[in-house]
Structure formats: C-alpha cells, structure tokens
Design a protein around this ligand. Structure first.
Ligand code: PLP
Length: 459
C-alpha cells in the first residue's frame, strides 16, 4: 500500500463511514457481549506476506462492526458521551494524514500555536478570566495526575523529584466521595497512597462540606501530616454532583493549598452562561480539567487543563535534555514540559474545526437541548408505575430505580439486551440505580423519548 492506494482507500473509507453513521439507528447500541467472538475470527499469527487491501477492508467491514458498542449512536445514553462531531472527524483525518508529533514547538510550530489559541478560545468560551493558560492532554486522568504530581512536589518543596518519597512526610490530598476514580488512581501513581486521599463528607446536595474539609486539614496538621492539595468535583461521574466550589476553595486557600477542579464532563456545559452558577468561584482554582471529547464534540482524545500559573507544573514535569533543546528559541512553549508523555498528537485541530463549524451558539443549542430533554424524560419516567427517580437531573444526568436492586439490575439487563437504547448503572447511597445521560451529538428529542418507550415495554 502506498500513498496512491491511500487516496483510493481513504475515499472508500469515507463512504463506509458515511453509511455507518447514516444507519446507526438500525443497529443495537451496545455490542452483544459474547467473549472471544471477535478474537477467534482473527488468525493466531501475523501474515508473512502482504495481503491485498481489498481483503483487509472486507474483513474490517465484516468482523469489526458487530463487535462495536456504537458511541456515536444517537441513543447512546450510557456513561458520558464521547462525541465526535463530523467536523472533528474531518480534522482527525487531516491530523492523521499529517501525522505530526508535537512534542516541541519546533517539531511543528502549527501544532503548538493552534493549541495555545484553542485553549484561549475555550477559556473565553467557558467564562474563565484572562490569565489562565493551559494545555491539551489525552485524558482527564492524565491532567489530574499532572495536577496531583504538582501538588506533591509543591508540598515536598521539590525534593520528591530528585530524592524520591522514602523518608518524606506523609502527604494528604482531599476530595469528596463523588470525585472520579481518576483521583484515586493519581494518588496511587504519585506515590502519595490511597490511604492519604482523605474523602470528605458531602451534604444532602452532594457537595463536599467546607467545614468538614477545614476540620480534616486541621486534624492532619495536628497529627503532623502535610496537606498537599484539594481536588473538587464539578459534575461527578456517578450522579453529577457539584462541590460548592467557592466555599471549598476559600477553605483550601486559608490553608494555602492548591486546588484542582475536575469538570471533565460538566465543563462543556459552561459554554452556556446560565449553567456557570454550578461552578461559581472556579476562577479561584489553580487547575481545571474538562474534556471537550465528552460533550463538546471534539472527539476522543482531548482533555483541556487550564492552569492559573503553569510554572509549578512545568517545574514538576518538564525536562530539557540537549536533544530536546530548540537552539536560539528558548522562549517558545514546549508543551511536553507541561504533560506526562513526551510525544503529543495534533489534538487542537479538531477543536479548531469543531468550534468554527458549529460556532458556540450551535454547540450551546445542543447542550441546552440535552439538558431540557433530560428533564422532560425524568418527568415522564417518574410517572411510570414502579419507577422512582432517585437523583434529579444534574445538567443532563439523572438516575432511576425500581423497588429493589435485583429488579433494577434485571431491568437494565433487559434494556441493554433489547438494544434500542444503552444505559449504565451506578451505586448511589448504597442503592443500585440506572444512569441516564443525554448528550450524544446527533440525538433528537425522539431518540430521548425512546427511553420511556423502552422502559415501559420492558419493566
Ligand atoms: N473525571 C470525570 C468526572 C469523569 O466522568 C471521567 C470519565 O468519565 C474522568 C474524570 C476520566 O476521564 P478520562 O477518560 O478523560 O481520563
């Protein structure tokens, strides 16, 4: 296969992609869960001799789609969305063709400079003040890890990087039990340890209790531990919890602690000014992550981290050996120094295409529709005999359950085996509940209404 062949096959691929998307509503949303069904269709060893692309492509079209859960299906209401706007797909096609590695400014100035501009466009779009800069990571997990590594080093006065953690004081990170498991993962990887992630109590609104945060920090100081930072939740994964950001930041700042806000999902909604009260006070944070690859339409992978001052993170993650120097251009930004991996994809291109192709107004309309349709659906489902709405819509996410866990779990299995919609579960205050989030880029009011139809049919 050479570049002339590629021209032919990329057109074939584009046609295949068009038909795939045009017919998605006819497919079951979730893949049938038959372990090894796909793997056993592949030879056990790689080919010694080149195969014709016609055969490879035919195998792809035959084997792969039946093994897919269709994340771009308009009736995907599971997890959170991983939206890919058509404009984003086009940008990714171009980024693939260019195949640039943007680890340094000089390895492709366009990659770094468009990233800088896109981060600033998004800063403005979310209503964050001037002064926040930022970078694009692969995932919120990596952004949160970067923030927590930075908290660790600030608390250790930059000795962890050089001396390791042996003999160091016991660091403490604070978060509520509504934060995503990526926070737990980060404290583990950072060598802080799960036991030193202090889970602060939440109130009836599922916000971290600021007084409890203060009490936990005070108790740790009295015990000789070293508080290192606070991670706040703006749109929790389970049921969409929001910490009272301003109040919690005030406590953290009274103790001179850095704050990272995880808005991986809900951050996209902040392009709508009317939702910003949910994270009021966020401008006091040191670090904020949100995933345009969830709700905004710039497809996976694309996680933006805003930083009040990139200095501490660059000091934590940056290394500049001679082979990574840019002679005569010491003033440029080399984004690898802001992130964990050295190599970086050209992720900003899909943001540029998506923001321009739909405009903020187009994207706002989608998000507003999703929130309104989710509220309508919660009202309608709440009237179905036997259904209880357990948590009301937080933006476009709510949960429901039947009388007991076994019945709820059995209903979820029937729903997902049916295939017309896809929902997933969580456990809320000990109870097994079904999550419904509305957020797929192409979904319509009719697609959302299908949830009620399916639940009524299968309850
Ligand atoms: N934070 C929240 C609130 C999430 O919902 C998720 C994933 O759903 C994450 C973090 C992790 O995101 P990522 O897959 O980008 O690491």
């Amino acid at each position: 296969m050479n570049h002339d062949d590629l021209r032919h096959w990329s057109k074939r691929a584009a046609d295949w992609a068009h038909d795939y998307h045009a017919n998605l509503r006819d497919r079951p949303v979730r893949a049938p869960l038959v372990p090894a069904a796909i793997a056993r269709q592949l030879p056990l060893s790689p080919p010694e001799v080149a195969e014709p692309m016609e055969t490879i492509f035919a195998d792809f079209a035959r084997i792969v789609p039946p093994g897919l859960t269709h994340w771009q299906h308009p009736r995907f209401f599971a997890y959170f969305p991983a939206n890919a706007s058509p404009a984003s797909m086009l940008a990714e096609q171009l980024a693939n063709a260019i195949a640039a590695q943007g680890m340094l400014w000089q390895t492709s100035p366009a990659v770094t400079e468009i990233e800088q501009v896109m981060v600033d466009w998004l800063r403005q779009s979310l209503g964050l003040p001037e002064g926040f800069t930022g970078t694009i990571h692969d995932s919120a997990t990596t952004a949160t890890l970067s923030a927590i590594l930075t908290m660790r080093e600030q608390a250790l006065e930059w000795t962890g990087l050089t001396q390791g953690l042996h003999g160091q004081p016991r660091l403490r990170i604070y978060a509520s039990d509504q934060t995503h498991s990526s926070v737990d993962k980060a404290v583990r990887i950072a060598g802080i340890g799960q036991a030193n992630l202090v889970k602060i109590a939440t109130d009836a609104s599922l916000s971290m209790v600021p007084e409890a945060l203060h009490a936990a920090i005070a108790a740790d100081l009295a015990a000789g531990f070293v508080p290192a930072g606070v991670v706040l939740c703006a749109g929790g994964t389970s049921v969409g919890a929001f910490d009272r950001i301003a109040d919690c930041i005030a406590v953290a700042k009274a103790h001179d602690l850095p704050v990272h806000v995880d808005a991986a999902w809900a951050g996209s909604a902040m392009i709508c000014p009317e939702f910003r009260s949910l994270w009021a006070g966020v401008e006091g944070a040191d670090s904020i992550v949100f995933n345009p690859h969830k709700w905004l339409g710039a497809q996976f992978d694309c996680a933006v981290q805003f930083l009040r001052d990139p200095g501490p993170q660059v000091k934590t993650l940056g290394l500049r050996p001679t082979y990574l120097e840019t002679a005569g251009r010491e003033e440029v930004v080399n984004f690898n120094e802001w992130t964990v991996p050295l190599g970086r994809r050209f992720r900003a291109l899909k943001l540029w295409f998506t923001l321009r192709a739909y405009g903020l107004e187009g994207l706002r309309t989608r998000i507003r529709n999703h929130v309104a349709w989710s509220q309508d659906l919660a009202l309608a489902l709440g009237k179905v005999p036997g259904v209880e709405i357990v948590t009301q819509p937080a933006l476009s996410l709510f949960t429901f359950a039947l009388a007991n866990d076994a019945a709820t779990e059995a209903l979820l299995t029937r729903i997902n085996d049916d295939g017309r919609i896809y929902l997933t579960q969580t456990r809320h205050q000990g109870r097994f509940v079904i999550r419904v989030q509305v957020g797929q880029f192409d979904c319509t009011a009719q697609d959302v209404a299908m949830v009620e139809t399916v639940v009524r049919a299968l309850i």
